[in-house]
Design a protein around this ligand. Sequence first.
Ligand SMILES: Nc1ncnc2c1ncn2[C@@H]1O[C@H](COP(=O)(O)OP(=O)(O)OP(=O)(O)O)[C@@H](O)[C@H]1O
Ligand SMILES: [Mg+2]
Length: 368
Amino acid sequence: MFQGCGLFACVRRRGADVRKRGEAGTASSRVAAEPPLGWDEELEVEVPAAAAARQMAWAEVESATGSFSFRVIGRGGFSTVYLAALSSSRLGAVKVVQHCGSERHSRAFRQELDVLLTLRHPHVVRLLGYNCDERDEGVLVFEYAPNGDLHESLHGRGADNALLPWPRRVAIAFQVGMALEYLHDESSSREVIIHGDIKASNVLLDANMDAKLCDFGFAQSSSGGVKAHRAGGGRPSGRAIMGSPGYVDPHLLRTGVASKASDVYSFGVLLLELVSGREAVCRETGRRLTQVVGPAVSEGKVADVVDPRLGQQHEAGEASVIAELAMRCVGDSPGLRPSMADAVRVLQEKTSALLCAVGSRLDRKIMF
Ligand SMILES: Nc1ncnc2c1ncn2[C@@H]1O[C@H](COP(=O)(O)OP(=O)(O)OP(=O)(O)O)[C@@H](O)[C@H]1O
Ligand SMILES: [Mg+2]
């Protein structure tokens, strides 16, 4: 269990090397911002001694956000996310989920909180605190990801929006893959989790441009190991079907049954997005990315779909591996899609850029 903990686990960082929109970071550069290390008995490696998330008083939340006057850093369907000063030197992100008097909204918030409390992984956003008792709003307090989300980074049109380099795209694919592998892991002692809403705006980018999966508002868990869940009926979210346009598994739309394979499908769309630099749904035509680039990839013409902004600044072989893996992930038959463990293995074995991204050692138990 707890695969992928090694970004914490490798070595103590030698100084904060925080870079924005940079090349793939090295192992040493990414550990600096983490808290002090402790010893994980099970893995026999050093991991950060992260404190468990704690209930925070409303007054504490107000104080951290300047009574919600600080910058709004994100808005979702039912939530607003504020920048917060957790201490003189530490920023946070405060997600306020409006219940609006709705029992279903408040159950959805509770579900997200309950899932987050069971998770600990370097590529899942860390929950630091919460407030759920005092108001008609639920509050989740997270570590702050200063480079925003992957959607902004890939598709943002601001002047300061630098191009995401190829090695960083590969590293992000790998990191999100590891986070999903961790959620789906049936050998874990905690419940298996279906994320239910994998998409670029739910992938945060930290100071080193490392990925942190967020937004567990659609997550479902099962202690017996999730084979499939009927979405909608039992869901507290108020949204009939899990997922977002362009990312949601057509099989899930047809049957209402969510499974690990539906997360795999959405991950496949995310891979196509990283390779092509195009959005999951084309703004002009409304066509899904799978329809736009799928045929060319299936014919082996991956070069035709690689993000033109990259020019020659990418590894053609890696782009082929990732695009072909993506097509397996978005295959019609859920049973024929790779597991997340398989997908991560392919990425690890076939993409040398990862060596740059994580350092020269690829012993996953140590490095990830
Ligand atoms: N910890 C964080 N650090 C930086 N930005 C964040 C953080 N958490 C969330 N955000 C920003 O806020 C946005 C909305 O957050 P989140 O996805 O959790 O809300 P949501 O209401 O569930 O969204 P939706 O349902 O629309 O996907 C994110 O896409 C991201 O841009
Ligand atoms: Mg979101």
